[in-house]
Design a protein around this ligand. Structure first.
Ligand SMILES: O=C(O)CCC(=O)C(=O)O
Length: 285
């Protein structure tokens, strides 16, 4: 059964809902796009997938759908800049907002890809900041059958916990990372979403997702928002400003691409990825 939709007032979260996010570490389902808009976004993505199954890019298409996809795919940057999402994000991290990365998390129908239970901030070199929040937007049904995200209520109140790097082929995460504590199934809350709905979660939230046993793809866009106070421990960090101003200058700014996979943006994507790989994880296992 779907959870009750989060009520918005003028597109913003109420004080009670902000408190709930602070207490629980997540909120869902939040209505963002209507069904038709979500379907159009999915169709646009699938047209790109079809076109670039025949056209060669420097790296496989899947690599560009992950990491900072917003640096090379205008569709992703447009989603990340959408005011309806930013109005929610502003309630959590304030009115000056940057996108650190926006990426697709896709599970093909009837596949056993999973995401092990983990905390995002473990590998991002941003410490234990509350100035980061992820908005996860569904472009298809995301439910228990299709492998929706699962959250552990209140787990963001932990520090960064030790993780194992399993490098499992089934994992959608680059190193198959998994928190070392075993999470009983009855502690996992399924974030079921309809197309166009969104969840938000704190960077320290323990979360993951199971396989897709449904007959459809499970398509999500995860957008990593930060405020300008966030500092990343790399030589050079990149982010796309989307609202307000950045007086801190902790991130090199880049802007939404005008065209799909332009030479300039492909190079930028490579540069951002290279620098992100240099991040030292915050905890040692
Ligand atoms: O899409 C999923 O199943 C997991 C996504 C995730 O781990 C995240 O957005 O932080």
């Amino acid at each position: 059964m779907q959870s009750e939709t989060i009520e918005l007032s003028n597109g913003k979260l109420s004080k009670n809902m902000i408190k709930k996010y602070k207490d629980d570490g997540f909120l869902f389902p939040i209505n963002i796009f209507n069904y038709k808009e979500a379907l159009n976004l999915r169709t646009d993505l699938e047209k790109i997938e079809q076109k670039y199954s025949k056209i060669k890019l420097p790296k496989p298409l899947n690599d560009y759908k992950r990491g900072p996809a917003n640096a090379v795919i205008p569709l992703v940057a447009d989603i990340a800049k959408d005011n309806r999402i930013l109005d929610i994000v502003e309630c959590i991290i304030g009115s000056n907002i940057l996108v650190w990365a926006a990426e697709f998390f896709i599970k093909e129908k009837k596949t056993d890809n999973i995401v092990g239970m983990h905390q995002d901030l473990t590998y991002w070199g941003m410490g234990e900041t509350s100035g980061q929040v992820t908005a996860w937007l569904a472009l298809s049904d995301s439910n228990k059958n299709s492998g929706c995200m699962e959250f552990v209520k209140g787990s963001h109140k932990n520090k960064i916990l030790p993780h194992n790097e399993t490098y499992s082929k089934k994992s959608l995460l680059s190193r198959g990372q998994e928190v070392q504590v075993r999470i009983p199934n009855n502690k996992k809350i399924s974030a079921e979403l309809l197309p166009g709905q969104m969840s938000i979660h704190h960077g320290l939230m323990i979360h993951g997702s199971g396989p897709n046993i449904s007959n459809d793809r499970r398509i999500g866009v995860a957008i990593r928002y930060i405020n300008p106070d966030v500092v990343q421990n790399t030589k050079r960090s990149y982010a796309m400003p989307v609202r307000g101003i950045d007086k801190k200058g902790n991130f090199t700014h880049y802007f939404a691409p005008e065209t799909l996979f332009s030479e300039f943006n492909l190079k930028l994507h490579e540069e951002i990825c290279e620098n992100q790989h240099k991040v030292t994880s915050t905890t040692k296992n």
